[in-house]
Design a binder for this molecule. Structure first.
Ligand code: AMP
Length: 187
């Protein structure tokens, strides 16, 4: 059964690939960014706590995120496999995730890292800014998100890289090419 984490900088195309793969393989796509944006839109307690943090491009505290994922992955639709898109984002989150799964005698099947060059990333983020109307996608917040990624999430790639479930997918090509590469790597 496929239980995946998708890693990579903001703008690498994780969300797009996650949607495609979830559809093709019947997996549940869990985007923590989408979950948090829904909470903000619905004005829940969680939404109120995270709104300012998200608007600034910072990370929501680990304990909140771990609790959110623990609840979400316990739901019935995750029993036939899932893709975590945007979680974990820190080494502490990754450790909590692996502990959470091993308590249930479970483990991730692959750790998928979508890699892109800095130039390519800049271009994609500019495009996304033009196409989507995300409040956290103005230039300053995008740069902050990238800084936070480099500082807090990139070390996670090194943490996972030694693992034999780690798969790196060069993600600078077209959506279709990247998807082909992804499905081949998961076979
Ligand atoms: P995303 O759509 O994945 O780029 O997430 C949007 C925002 O939600 C991020 O900039 C963070 O503020 C927050 N967020 C999403 N996932 C996480 C996570 N795993 N840990 C901390 N903050 C998160």
């Amino acid at each position: 059964m496929l239980k995946l984490v998708f890693l990579g900088p903001p703008g690498a195309g994780k969300g797009t690939q996650a949607k495609l793969l979830a559809q093709e393989k019947g997996l549940t796509h869990i985007s923590t960014g989408d979950m948090l944006r829904s909470a903000v839109a619905a004005g829940t307690e969680l939404g109120k706590r995270v709104q300012g943090i998200m608007d600034e491009g910072k990370l929501v505290p680990d304990d909140l995120m771990v609790e959110l994922i623990e609840e979400r992955t316990a739901q019935a639709d995750c029993s036939s496999g899932f893709i975590l898109d945007g979680f974990p984002r820190t080494v502490a989150q990754a450790e909590a995730l692996s502990e959470m799964l091993s308590k249930k005698n479970d483990r991730l099947s692959h750790l998928v890292y979508f890699s892109v060059t800095d130039d390519d990333l800049k271009e994609r983020l500019e495009k996304r800014r033009a196409e989507e109307n995300r409040k956290d996608d103005n230039v300053d917040v995008q740069l902050e998100r990238l800084r936070v990624y480099r500082e807090q999430t990139a070390p996670l790639i090194d943490f996972y890289r030694e693992d034999d479930r780690f798969v790196e997918i060069p993600a600078q090509d077209s959506i279709n090419d990247v998807f082909q590469r992804l499905t081949t790597a998961l076979q």
